[in-house]
Design a protein around this ligand. Structure first.
Ligand code: ZN
Length: 262
């Protein structure tokens, strides 16, 4: 499931494959960009902001442009050597192909694919709260934004990318477990919001640079989470059966004993 760390890792894949290279071809398989040709543009930078990917491109005599994409639930970018078979996903899911002399980057099932002048990047990502993995991560600002809606549940507040950018369903559930918070606790009822956002940031940041996500410290299959994906299994701390329920059209997992209803 793409969360902030997955998107950050994906930006590194694109950085390694494309940065500093001039595109020798491009293929957009989305109607709106079907006639776009990025041949001759140079990839200057691959960045992530929350769950958004930003590929910054330059070309002499033209204003810099940014190719934006979003992975949502199931998108992915893969890089291949020229001539190598593309084994990532079925071909009908390909949305973008970017070619250089030494690599090919293929974007599968991407969403919100947009090409804008870099000067207008903020129209795409300006609404986001502080990026958990950004150099400018600002817990006080995240807390200020969350506090503006005191009746929202803390689970909802952590997932809202306008409050802080990069938490998905896995890190939401795990953060709430580690802070002993019942997922439906209203923001106004959380005594230490700073501790809560700091925990979320630590979990996401600790998983940068690898594709297996863990919040327990173990990378062994079946041991990587406290509550997420563990319905009816015993809590690792108290042995109580983990519960699962729908919450705001997502699912949430919690331990009824470690995260009691206030
Ligand atoms: Zn428990």
């Amino acid at each position: 499931m793409p969360e902030g760390d997955t998107v950050w890792n994906t930006a590194r894949v694109l950085e390694k494959a494309l940065t500093g290279e001039t595109l020798t071809g491009s293929d957009f398989r989305v109607p709106r960009l079907a006639t776009t040709d990025l041949t001759g543009w140079t990839v200057a930078e691959s960045a992530s902001r929350g769950k958004h990917l930003l590929l910054r491109l330059t070309r002499e005599g033209r204003p810099p442009h940014t190719l934006h994409s979003h992975l949502r639930m199931d998108g992915a970018w893969r890089s291949y050597a020229p001539g190598e078979r593309w084994t990532g996903r079925p071909a009908h899911l390909i949305r973008v192909v970017l070619r250089t002399a030494r690599s090919v980057a293929v974007g599968y099932h991407l969403h919100e694919i947009t090409l804008v002048p870099t000067a207008e990047e903020e129209t795409l990502v300006g609404h986001l709260g502080p990026d958990l993995l950004g150099a400018d991560w600002d817990p006080a600002e995240a807390v200020r934004r969350i506090s503006a809606a005191p009746s929202a549940t803390i689970a909802e507040a952590l997932l809202d990318q306008r409050n802080l950018a990069g938490v998905g369903n896995l890190y939401k559930a795990e953060t709430l477990f580690l802070r002993g918070l019942w997922p439906w606790t209203p923001v106004a009822g959380v005594t230490d919001l700073t501790g809560t956002v700091t925990m979320a940031q630590k979990l996401v940041a600790s998983n940068r640079g690898r594709w297996t996500q863990t919040t327990t410290g173990s990378l062994r299959k079946g041991e990587t989470s406290y509550v997420y994906g563990r319905r009816a299994q015993p809590c690792r701390r108290c042995g109580t059966a983990i519960r699962k329920a729908e919450q705001d059209e997502r699912v949430t997992y919690w331990c009824p004993r470690c995260q009691p209803e206030p």
